[in-house]
Each structure stands twice: as C-alpha cells, then as structure tokens.
Design a protein. Structure first.
Length: 620
C-alpha cells in the first residue's frame, strides 16, 4: 500500500510498547481509536500490502491524515485507556453502543442517615450506591414504582427529625414509612434501604429470613401493627420472587450475553441471573457493525457496558470465544474486586440453553425494532410530503427549525432554536440564545437578534469549512428547509427581513404559526393555510412549536436560577467569579447549595475549608 511521506514519517517513529493509537482525518477529527501490545506492529499492519481489511477499515485508512499515540505500562492499562478514549471521542469507525448517552441509574445515598433514592445519569464517588445501567428512564421509574410499595422510602425534602406533628400524604397511602414522625427509627429505616439495595441485586432470601424473624418478634411483643406491616412487606417480596423464573441449578450470579445481526446493526440481549433465578433482562443496539465479526461486536459491547456497570457477576456466559478473553477477564476481576470472574462458552446444559434463549430473544427484538423503524420512516415520509404539498414547497422539509422567545417581564430573555430532521427531534442540535441587544419585553426585536446570530453562525461555519482544520458547529453549519416562527404574522415579517438581509429568502421556506386557531401564515399570501384538524402534518407542526416553547421556557428558567444564584453568592466573602461558576456547575440551584454540607462544598474545585465555612455561615 502506497503511504505518503507524512504518514510514513509517523510510522517510522512509533514505539514498540503497549498503548493506544488515535487515527485522525484532515480536519483533526478522531475517526478511530485502538489499543495494542506493540504500537509499532499494530499500526504498521494497517498500511501493509494486504487485501484482508474489511470495507469499513479500508474506508477509514483512506481518510487517515495523522496518527497520535499514547504509551502505557501494560496491556491492561491500554484496554482501560482505549475504553475511556472511545467514550470521550465517539470515533466514527469504532463499533459502539447506538445512541450511547449516559444511561440512567438508581442512586441510593447510603452516606446519609436517612438515605434518599434518585434517578441519575452520572456516578460520583460520594458514598452512594448505584444500580444499573438501565436502557430507559421509563424502566427505572417502573422499577422504583415497584420498590416503593415494598420498601416505602422517603421522597420529600423534609429534614428528618422524627418529631414532626404529622406525615405527608405518602405515609397515609403506605408509600412512605414515616421517619419524619418517628413511625420508623433511623436504624430501622437504614436497614430497610439496605434491604432495597440487596433486592436490586437479586439477594432476596436473606431479606425474607430476617423479616420473618422481625415479624415474629413484633408479634411476641404484641406489636401487631408492626407485625402486619412486615407481613405485607414479605408478601410483596414473595410475589416478585414467584415471577422470577428458576433457570439454572447452579446458585451462581451470571450475566448471559448473546446477539443477533441485521444489516448495519446488531442487537445484544442480556439476561441477569442471580442465585439461579432470572431477575431481569435488557437489550442494547450496536452501530458500526456492518463488517465486524460477532466476536468483535461482543468484545466491544462487554468493554463499553461493564465500563459503566455498577457490578460485575461471578460468571459471564457467551455464544462464542472472544479474541481478548484473557485481558478482559483480567480487567473485570480488577473492576469486581473479588478476583473470580469466569467467561464461559457453554457447550451443553443450563448454560447452553440460556445462551440459546438469549439469542432467540435478540433475534425477535431486532425483528420487532426493524419493523418499528420501517413503519416510523414511512409515516414520517408521508407526513413531510403532506406538509410539502400544503406549503407548496419544492422539496420535503427534511430539516425544520423553530424559534421561540421566553422572558419574565422583559428580563433575562432567552431565544430557543429546536431542530427536527426527518420529522424527529435532533436534540443535540438544539441551541439557546441569551438576548444581548434588546431592553424590555420586545419579542420581535429579540427574534430578529436570534435569527441574525443564527445565520451569522452559518456564515462562520462556511468559512471554517474552507479553512484547514476548521471545525464548525454542526447545529449551524446546515441551513433548514423550513423555518417555523411561533407568533404568526408579526414574527413571520421579522424572519423574512432577516432572511432577505442574508440573501436566503429564496433558499429557505419560512412560515408563522398563530397559536389561537393553529393557522399557518405564508409570506405573500393574505389567507393562512389551515391544515386538516387531524392531519399528521398539523400534529408535526404543533409538536415542533411546543418543543420550541418548552425549550425556551426551560432555558429561561435555568438562566433566571443562575442569575439569582450568582447575585446571592456575590455577597459571600472569598467567593469570586471562578468559584461562583464552579458552585453553580456542581449544585445548579440556590436550594441545593443551602442544603449542602461543609464536606460536600469542599468537593467543589477551588472551594477551601474557609470558603465552605463562609458559605455555611451566610446561608446558616
């Protein structure tokens, strides 16, 4: 393979040590990240005269303009670094979890006297325990709805003293154990939350045994109300356990992982076996898998999933051997902390049956998802075609942008820009604009500022595209096919003026949506377009408008909160702009800072013990 002088110069300087390599294109974008025991050998292998590279890798090699590398001490360090770099940079040619946002977890604050339970997407070393990840917030809410009936934990913001005169409604409907009124002691409440954590891990037998003893003791002491409450708790746990299928005669904790393939995607199916019982299952979609082998897909999933997972089982059952089994086992043992992780490919028995069942589930899941994707695509295409016809557009509006303004009596105005592509929201493209040039409540001038700034950013993106190494913001680099103005004729007129100023009047369609009758005003037409009341096109326009309104209000509320917080913090000695920003980033609201303990405040970068004491004294 012919290699240019620039790449050859890099190849000649590669070390023969373990590490990670980062392939970059001419724009400086990282397009692939890999690891190697010997960087020289591994990176050179991409540029040898050989024809066994899959199309995805051949395409990647053709785009390489520069190669960075990072040397580490061992293969294990290279594995861990590779995982973290892929998570950070999301390279185009690596096999990755599709739509890999931060998956939700259940967080239990065991470091608090009365632990609270939250849904979170971030894990911190703060003494809390985390359970997950789950594939959706909906799944977490379903789990917590069940858990709260079994372990009625507190969900309010009260300071728990045990001496409140009365409890809240949740206590009355048996969704809170009432520590605020002393109905349960701190020790009993903490034990209940520990049971909840064990329950999430599938450890139910010990919980039931202990509760059984507590129920008998309460009955012997004639505390019949307490005994009845524990009895109800045992029954609720038993009902859940009865639904858990016994799938293995072995009492080990195992994760069963299998996959199904279709075109450019792969579906990973996981079964969670705890104590021989199937306690749950999840599926994940991988992307960039079109020419990757099954073993590579499984390997990349295991690395990415367990890098985020809160626990590692004693055993992992797979449908086939991995190329990196040894180093992955070493990493998992280190992560688990007990040193007893088995990675097995069962050939018979319960293990083989479980892998086969996971495979069948993966096939069915992928088939159902494919049908859903096709139906959604067809429906969206029909909707966009309907909107194209109604607005007399030359092409379907595949990219639609909508704008709205939110303020409080003219102060702290914020403009929102939401983007829909192919009829679905592209939330990574959403942007907000803090209004800078307009005084008082003037939505028309505010909208003029927003559109002007948006189109200037487009112009800047075009210039960056022409510069070597330029990286334009993708939100502004593309022009929309259609702009929807929330506000009718007035805002429409301002939009037309701005588009004309930038020479884009004939390139971008723009309409104004009146809220009262859902009428769509088009430039140059006296009468509005009225879409049929139950048409999919109208539903799409309404959804886009509502999303712009929601995003504007959220952005304004956040700005208002931050402004209020900053003004409060300005009065505290020793808290300058940098520390105010750090506090704001960490806690978000004035209420959270007021509640924060001294030790929590000191975890913020730059906040010393003296600063923390000053904050506590000020809000004390």
């Amino acid at each position: 393979m012919a290699v240019n002088e620039k790449i050859q110069g890099i190849l000649d300087t590669l070390p023969k040590k373990p590490g990670c390599y980062l392939m970059k294109d001419k724009d400086g974008t990282i397009i692939y990240i890999g690891k190697a025991i010997n960087l020289w050998n591994r990176v050179h292998s991409y540029f040898q005269e050989r024809g066994d590279h899959v199309p995805r890798i051949r395409q990647m090699i053709a785009r390489i303009d520069f190669i960075d590398w990072i040397v580490v001490e061992s293969e294990l360090e290279a594995l861990i670094l590779e995982m973290n770099l892929i998570k950070k940079h999301r390279p185009q040619y690596n096999v990755q979890l599709k739509d890999d946002k931060n998956y939700p977890y259940i967080k239990i604050e065991f470091q608090k006297p009365f632990p609270k339970i939250y849904i979170t997407r971030q894990m911190h070393r703060d003494g809390s325990r985390y359970f997950g990840p789950y594939t959706s917030v909906w799944a977490v809410h379903q789990t917590l709805d069940l858990l709260r009936k079994i372990f009625p934990y507190i969900s309010c913001d009260r300071d728990i003293t045990g001496h409140d005169l009365r409890a809240c409604l949740y206590y009355d409907i048996k969704l809170c154990s009432g520590p605020c009124i002393g109905a349960i002691s701190q020790k009993e409440y903490y034990a209940m939350i520990e049971d909840m954590g064990n329950f999430l891990e599938g450890k139910t037998a010990k919980i039931v045994d202990r509760l059984q003893k507590e129920m008998e003791e309460a009955s012997d002491q004639l505390r019949f109300e307490k005994a009845a409450m524990i009895r109800d708790q045992i029954q609720a746990i038993s009902r859940v356990v009865e639904k858990q299928k016994i799938v293995s005669s072995e009492q080990m904790d195992s994760d069963v992982i299998s996959l199904a393939r279709a075109e450019n995607e792969a579906c990973i199916q996981m079964f969670f076996i705890r104590g021989g019982k199937l306690i749950g299952q999840e599926y994940f979609i991988m992307k960039g898998t079109e020419d990757a082998k099954d073993a590579e897909v499984l390997t990349e999933f295991i690395k990415q999933y367990y890098n985020e997972a809160t626990s590692v089982p004693d055993q992992m059952l797979l449908p086939q051997e991995l190329d990196e089994t040894r180093i992955i086992r070493q990493w998992l043992k280190q992560k688990q902390g007990r040193g007893c992780v088995e990675i097995k490919v069962p050939k018979s028995g319960d293990g083989k049956d479980l892998v086969n069942m996971a495979t069948e589930n993966a096939i069915e899941t992928l088939r159902a998802l494919k049908t859903q994707w096709e139906n959604d695509t067809n429906k969206q295409s029909e909707t966009l075609a309907e909107l194209q016809e109604a607005l007399s557009m030359d092409v379907p509006p595949n990219r639609i942008e909508c704008y709205d303004i939110s303020n409080t009596q003219g102060s702290l105005s914020v403009g929102s820009m939401v983007v829909f592509e192919q009829g679905t929201p592209s939330k990574q493209m959403y942007r907000r604009f803090n209004i800078k040039t307009v005084e008082g409540p003037n939505d028309f001038d505010s909208m003029t500022e927003v559109l002007t700034r948006r189109l200037k950013r487009w112009q800047a993106a075009q210039e960056k595209n022409q510069e070597a190494g330029g990286k334009p913001d993708v939100s502004f680099a593309l022009l929309p096919d259609l702009i929807i103005m929330d506000g009718g004729k007035g805002q429409l007129g301002r939009a037309v003026e701005v588009l004309t100023e930038f020479g884009l009047r004939d390139r971008i369609a723009v309409v104004g949506l009146a809220k009262r009758e859902e009428e769509i005003f088009v430039p140059g037409k006296a009468d509005p377009v009225v879409l049929p009341r139950h048409s999919q096109a109208l539903y799409l326009v309404q959804r886009i408008r509502d999303e712009a309104h929601r995003f504007a209000i959220t952005a304004h509320r956040n700005r208002r909160t931050k402004e209020g917080l900053a003004s409060q913090l300005e009065k505290i000695p020793g808290i300058g702009p940098v520390k105010r920003k750090a506090l704001l980033k960490k806690f978000g609201t004035i209420e959270n800072i007021v509640k924060a303990e001294k030790a929590e405040l000191m975890l913020v970068n730059g906040i010393s013990e003296i600063n923390a004491e000053a904050i506590r004294d000020y809000f004390g």
